[in-house]
Design a binder for this molecule. Sequence first.
Ligand code: SF4
Length: 459
Amino acid sequence: MTPTPYLSERHRSTYTAERPTDKVRHDTAKGTATNTAALAHDPYRCPKKVTALADQIRQSATRTWSIMEVCGGQTNSIVRYGLDQLLTPAVQFIHGPGCPVCVTPETIIAQAIAIARRPDTILCTFGDMLRVPTAETWGHNPNAPNNVANSPETLLMAKAQGAQVQPIYSPIEAVSIAEGNPSKTVVFLAVGFETTTPATALAAISAKTKGLTNFYMLVSHVRVPPALASLINTQEHHIDALLAAGHVCTVMGTHEYVPLVRQGRLPIIVTGFEPVDILYGVLAAITQLEDRRYALENQYPRYVSDSGNDAAQRIIHQVYQTRDQDWRGLGKIPDSGWQLKPEYQHLDATSLFTKKSLFKKDFQEMGQAPYSSSNNNTASPYTYPAGATCQAGGVLTGKLKPNQCPHFGTRCQPKHPLGAPMVSDEGACAAYFHHRGTRQIAATVEKKITPAIPTTTLP
Ligand code: SF4
């Protein structure tokens, strides 16, 4: 492949003249968001446009190119609208590690469950996190019944057993909950990519400004570019091009991707989430690949600029600094996470694990409260099948398609996910389950194995 100076290729707008305009989109959406006919005329979901772009992509490709979409939102669109099937054989999509729920390490979920079980604690987090299973235990309770002690657990299970787990829509809600419950310790489980990081940083600033002493954060934020660097630096990867997530770049800009283009010697195209956006991104990638070039290209210019959102970045850097971070399925990746800066260290919930005096009990005893003699609510609402192991590592690195997992649609379904990629809409396994006609198959299989999987008991 002959390298091409990528900087001169940035923001190439070969296809801009054909683009729909946001004005049309907004006019279409006004007051008719639930109208199917109106959606059909959404310029970013326009069937004619999609068909024309898909034809152009297939005609441009001389071989099958492997393109990894980084974001779970893009994965959902690709599977939901059948773009992968539409572009066969020109393109094979590899679904990357872009679902924030999926990549949160099991240890963090286990810590959150242990914290939530404290009688004087409220654990706040985003709704999807409640259903993410962890096979790890933290503050293991030897008196817990076997089905709780030895099988994966979720925050939802802990909530059903009496733990105070509060789903929230916005991080600032956790601050309000702390203000309204001065006698409780409120811990906010802060997860997600660069898209949610500014909002959780604002919560930290707000708590510090208000002088709250009962508000803590269990931080597990991740950064996309180091994870991509880790993927493309492995010898065995089969990625020809990357579609970078437009919303992450809206916050952080595109400059972090410049060295990745050099390192991976592959095209990186910043694009959006609607079918037309994704197809423009794929077309740009295929065009580069067929021309034997690699460049950073912005195919989402209506939102993404080189420098990104300065205000959001300032807030992030006010509160957080980078650190090495564990990713579920990927292991520890250097410099790929955020941790609280020393000025905000007093909000760090991990300090609760060492400050025994705070809870007046050793942290190793955490988790006993819901199982105490005064609260005999000991039955797990759902028993995970024995011996079933999630293959999330393979799915998140693109080595395994969700429906190649032996548990897909049978032991593992959205209502009782065995692994994180089956939880959120952004998870590849959930996307395949919802949009690939597997629900009926799964229902049939489930009937046969119902004794092993009591599906009606999960709240
Ligand atoms: S189908 Fe379920 S068990 Fe298999 S990889 Fe996906 S989440 Fe894990």
